[in-house]
Design a binder for this molecule. Structure first.
Ligand code: ST9
Ligand code: ZN
Ligand code: ZN
Length: 343
C-alpha cells in the first residue's frame, strides 16, 4: 500500500513504488471519513426526483403509448450523446474537433441531459482526471460508492477542489460562443429542453401530459443521471485493469452498454485523449463512437485522436494487470491474479 498524505488524506505515489512487484497493484487507499456539509435542498430534490423516476418507470412499462416509450428512448440516446460525444469527448477532452452545426446539435442534446452547463461539467471532469482519487477530484471514488455515485452532489465541495480549481485552463471552452450562450441562458434553456418540451411533445400523438411528464421527462432524466453516475462509482470499483493496475478505474462492459460506450474506464483514464474512450470501440458497446464516426463521414467531426496499438501494447505490458486478451499474462497461476475479474 502506498504511503498516504497526512493532512488531507490524499494519496501519494512515489516513483520507487512503481513496478516494485509486477503482480502487486498500487491503488489509492480508501479515504478516511470526511465531514459532510449536507445541502438539504439537493437531498430533498433528489429524493422527490427519484420517487418520480420510479413512478415514471412504472408508467413506461405499463401505461404509456408505444410512441411515448420510443420518444423516451430517443431522448435517452440524444441526451446521452450530449454528455458522451459532447461534454466528455469533445469538450472536456478535446479528443476530436467539431464544426459549428455539430457543436450546436451537441449543445442542444447536452441541455436535454441537464447535468449543468458544459463549462461547469468539463471543469469538474478535468479536475477528475488531473486529481483522480484525491480530495481535489469532485467525485473522489476513494470516499466510497455512494459518494462517487450521487453523494458528491448532496454536499458542499471539498475546499481542495476550489483551491486547486485555478490550475485548470478553461480558456479554450470559454472562447466558444455556443458554450457561453448555453451557460448564460441555462436557467431558461434547461427547463425547456429537459422537462417542458419532453412533457408536451407526446401530447401531439394523443398521450396525456401526465404520462409525458413522468415518462419522457422525469423517468428518462433520472435514468440517464444514474447510468452516468455509474461511470464514477461502479467503473471505479468493479472490473479488470488491463491497461494500468495502479489506478482505480476499471473496464466494465455491462456499464458500457448503458452509457453508450463509456465503461472502458481503465483504458479511458490511461489514454484520455482517445475519441473512442476504448481500445477497440465496437459499435454495439460504443454508440458514441458510431455517432462520432458518422459525423466524421459527413465532415462535421474531424481531427479524431486515437492511440496506436504499439503504444497500447507497451503500456499493457508495463502496467497492465495481465487480463488483456492479446497482451495479458500467458498463465494466470497465481490466485491473486485469477481473481482479477473479467467483466
Ligand atoms: C450531474 C453531473 O449529475 C454528473 C457528472 C458526471 C460525470 C461523469 C463522468 C464520467 C465520464 C463520462 C461518462 C458519461 C456517461 C453518460 C451516459 C449517458 C447515457 N474548479 O459547485 P459550487 C468554485 S449534475 C474550479 O456551487 P458548492 C467556483 O469558484 C445534476 N473551481 O460549490 C464556483 O463558483 P462558479 C444536476 C470550482 O457551494 C464555486 O466553487 N445538477 C470547481 O460547494 C462554487 O461552486 C445538480 O444537481 C472546479 N471544479 O456546491 C447541481 N468547482 O461555479 C448539483 C467549484 O460560479 N450541484 N468551484 O465558478 C450543486 O448543487 C453544487 O455544485 C454542490 C456544491 C452542492 C454539489
Ligand atoms: Zn474523461
Ligand atoms: Zn473516472
Amino acid at each position: 500500500m502506498p504511503p498516504q498524505g497526512q493532512q488531507t488524506g490524499s494519496w501519494v505515489l512515489f516513483e520507487s513504488d512503481l513496478n516494485k512487484d509486477a503482480t502487486t497493484p498500487i491503488v489509492p487507499p480508501s479515504a478516511e471519513k470526511r465531514k459532510w456539509e449536507i445541502v438539504w435542498r439537493n437531498v430533498i430534490l433528489f429524493v422527490f426526483l427519484h420517487i418520480g423516476g420510479v413512478y415514471g418507470a412504472y408508467l413506461f412499462l405499463t401505461k404509456a403509448m408505444w410512441t411515448t416509450r420510443l420518444f423516451a428512448v430517443i431522448l435517452y440516446l440524444c441526451s446521452g450523446l450530449g454528455i458522451t460525444a459532447g461534454a466528455h469527448r469533445l469538450w472536456a477532452h478535446k479528443s476530436y474537433k467539431a464544426k459549428l452545426p455539430l457543436r450546436i446539435l451537441l449543445t442542444i442534446f447536452n441541455t436535454i441531459a441537464f447535468q449543468d452547463s458544459v463549462l461547469d461539467w468539463a471543469r469538474d471532469h478535468r479536475m477528475h482526471h488531473k486529481y483522480s482519487e484525491t480530495d481535489a477530484d469532485p467525485h473522489n471514488a476513494t470516499r466510497g460508492f455512494f459518494f462517487s455515485h450521487v453523494g458528491w452532489l448532496l454536499v458542499r465541495k471539498h475546499r481542495e477542489i476550489k483551491e486547486k480549481g485555478h490550475t485548470i485552463d478553461m480558456s479554450d471552452l470559454k472562447a466558444d460562443p455556443v458554450l457561453r450562450f448555453q451557460k448564460k441562458y441555462y436557467l431558461i434553456l434547461m427547463p425547456l429542453a429537459c422537462f417542458i418540451l419532453p412533457s408536451i411533445i407526446p401530447t401531439l400523438w394523443g398521450e396525456s401530459l401526465w404520462n409525458g411528464y413522468f415518462v419522457c421527462a422525469i423517468f428518462r432524466y433520472v435514468y440517464v443521471l444514474n447510468v452516468t453516475w455509474l461511470v464514477n462509482s461502479a467503473a471505479h470499483k468493479w472490473g479488470s485493469k488491463p491497461y494500468d493496475k495502479n489506478i482505480n478505474p476499471v473496464e466494465t462492459k455491462s456499464v458500457s452498454l448503458v452509457v453508450l460506450g463509456e465503461g472502458f474506464h481503465n483504458y479511458h483514464h490511461t489514454f484520455p485523449w482517445d475519441y473512442k474512450t476504448a481500445e477497440l470501440g465496437e459499435y454495439s458497446l460504443n454508440l458514441s463512437k458510431l455517432f462520432i464516426d458518422t459525423m466524421s463521414i459527413i465532415g462535421w467531426a474531424y481531427d479524431l485522436k486515437t492511440v496506436s496499438s504499439d503504444v497500447i501494447m507497451k503500456r499493457v505490458k508495463r502496467t497492465g494487470d495481465g487480463s488483456h486478451k492479446e497482451w495479458g499474462y500467458e498463465e494466470l497461476n497465481d490466485s491473486s491474479q485469477t481473481k482479477i475479474s473479467q467483466d
